[in-house]
Design a protein. Structure first.
Length: 279
């Protein structure tokens, strides 16, 4: 089984590094293939997918690879690179480490959404980070009802709502005031965006539940976005059912860096919040 390579197609640095990686693997008699359109490839033929890009490219590749349970390995050629494992200067030592079998696999929960309209399914999607319902530029506040296992939880009058995985808790959900969730602590987090009430808060549920969102009133400009990459227009009365996906995304881990080390380095979080260090 060979190695698949998914570069960011619009970044010259990623394309240049792809050529170097192909030569590196060829010199070690390792079969590799550049996947310019990974959605059209049979990813089950590969032992690993190396992604050369930022978090967006990695999210895209990880969703596809999860369908056949092939692990992904991210190399940061983006701005933040929160999900990537190494920077570009550490790529080749990291590949040597992988080829030597010195790595572990980390499972990350995905969620899937089914959109119901007039008792019919009109869309089905999977996300590694989040599903986001947002209004258009000139639309009014969105009126959403939230249910967990068919029990009414709350109503949000807001610019939108985010339903995030633990992996996605440090993305848009965090910017909207949602909690930081350790990525291996499986859960589903619902966070309103700019709610009209100061009492509106995030809701965190266990992974076995079904989270349902009913769109009570909306203009044609309301959209459901998937990991910030795909969009689906919603209408009043639509119901979006979200639950844990049956299969996780698999990530290759080499460095041994902990989640909170990544938080400090990527988000430049302070190591203390106004208090003294404790040993």
């Amino acid at each position: 089984m060979g190695i698949g390579i998914v570069p960011h197609r619009d970044k010259q640095a990623a394309l240049d590094l792809t050529l170097e990686l192909e030569e590196f693997l060829k010199n070690r008699n390792i079969i590799s293939k550049v996947l310019k359109q990974p959605e059209q490839a049979d990813l089950s033929k590969f032992k690993i997918i190396i992604v050369l890009g930022g978090d967006g490219t990695l999210l895209y590749a990880a969703r596809l690879a999860s369908e056949v349970q092939v692990p992904v390995f991210g190399v940061n050629i983006g701005h933040l690179g929160f999900l990537t494992e190494v920077e570009t200067d550490a790529l080749f030592p990291a590949v040597e480490q992988f080829l030597a079998g010195k790595y572990t696999l980390e499972e990350r929960m995905l969620i899937e959404a089914t959109i119901w309209r007039k008792k019919k399914t009109v869309g089905k999607f999977r996300a590694l980070n989040d599903f986001v319902i947002t209004r258009g530029t000139f639309a009014r506040l969105i009126d959403l009802s939230i249910f967990i296992d068919e029990q009414h939880v709350t109503d949000y009058f807001a610019d939108g709502v985010i339903v995030a995985t633990p992996t996605g808790s440090t993305a848009y959900s965090l910017s909207a005031g949602g909690p930081i969730i350790e990525p291996l602590l499986e859960s589903i987090c619902v966070t309103p965006i700019c709610p009209h009430s100061l009492s509106s808060r995030s809701v965190v549920a266990r992974p076995e539940v079904k989270v349902s969102l009913r769109l009570n009133s909306a203009s044609e400009e309301v959209m459901l976005t998937i990991d910030g990459q795909e969009g689906f227009p919603l209408r009043s009365g639509d119901r979006i059912n979200i639950k844990k996906a049956p299969l996780p995304a698999l990530f290759v881990k080499l460095s041994g860096r902990g989640f909170f080390q990544v938080l400090h380095s990527r988000l430049q979080m302070p190591q203390t919040w106004g208090g003294a260090h404790e040993n």
